[in-house]
Unconditional design. Structure first.
Length: 272
């Protein structure tokens, strides 16, 4: 059955609110699975499984798959597809969760697995929040393979001095190892989209420079809130240098390491 017919039969209209655009290209799905290097020892968290094109492959290779789908109609379809229809042996290791990934407590899965892999064709409407969610939950994951808008991937990997270098660039480059992979045409999705997507792998770093995390997040976020301002003004400081950093500089000129130095030099008594 074609995707359009499935959606019509299920009474599903792709939601702009949920950023729904369903991957329909089997070859692309297979490339994502190969890149994920799923083994029988792996437990996978899939976010936004949609119509289950990636889910079917994940179930075939992984030890266990947790698929989180917020849309109740899609959740109903996935339940029918994997637990009502004859799908062979692959779905015995599948757990479907009808909830918002951003409210999921990964610790609730902790008793079942020591470390997860995330594989997701991410709904674009939650991209920014989900990238922060990954940072907050990085201790639970060993690898993330995400399909994002290409412009978002470029922003994550942007270097200091770039107009698209921002807070997420700093956080992900400090806490994660990032690697860009292949691009995906909008023709590989239904409905077709003019947006070009790209696959990126995100691996939590095992060793990090010591920094007070809440203050680090506060410094970086506040610095980029008004990126045209000098750091001295955006951070509300009455000093000209901190940690060897000239505070007349603008935030996009600082590397991750320089933001770490800046954070270390700012005690909570002088930065509010």
């Amino acid at each position: 059955m074609f995707v359009k017919e499935i959606l019509k039969e299920q009474g599903i209209k792709p939601s702009k609110q949920f950023g729904q655009s369903f991957l329909v290209d089997e070859k692309i799905a297979e490339r994502i699975i190969r890149l994920s290097e799923i083994s029988q020892e792996d437990v996978v968290l899939e976010v936004g499984p949609g119509l289950g094109i990636l889910t079917q492959y994940l179930c075939a290779y992984a030890k266990k798959v947790f698929a989180v789908e917020k849309d109740p109609l899609l959740f109903r379809y996935l339940t029918q597809k994997f637990f009502t229809e004859s799908c062979g042996q692959g779905t015995k290791n599948l757990v479907l969760l009808n909830q918002d990934i951003l409210s999921l407590k990964v610790s609730s899965l902790k008793s079942q697995v020591s470390s997860l892999k995330i594989v997701s064709n991410l709904p674009y409407s939650i991209t920014n929040d989900f990238l922060y969610w990954i940072l907050s939950n990085r201790a639970f994951f060993k690898l993330c393979i995400l399909t994002l808008q290409k412009e978002v991937v470029q922003r994550l990997c942007a270097q200091p001095g770039s107009k698209i270098y921002g807070a997420l660039s700093v956080f992900h480059q400090f806490y994660m190892e990032l690697e860009q992979h292949f691009s995906i045409s909008g023709n590989s999705f239904f409905p077709r989209t003019p947006i070009v997507s790209q696959v990126i792998s995100i691996l939590p770093k095992s060793r990090l420079k010591e920094v007070q995390e809440p203050l680090f997040f506060k410094v970086v976020k506040r610095s980029f809130q008004e990126r045209r301002k000098q750091l001295k003004n955006s951070l509300g400081l009455k000093i000209d240098t901190a940690g060897g950093i000239d505070l007349s500089r603008r935030p996009e000129s600082l590397s991750c390491e320089e933001f770490v130095k800046l954070t270390r030099s700012l005690s909570t008594r002088v930065f509010h």
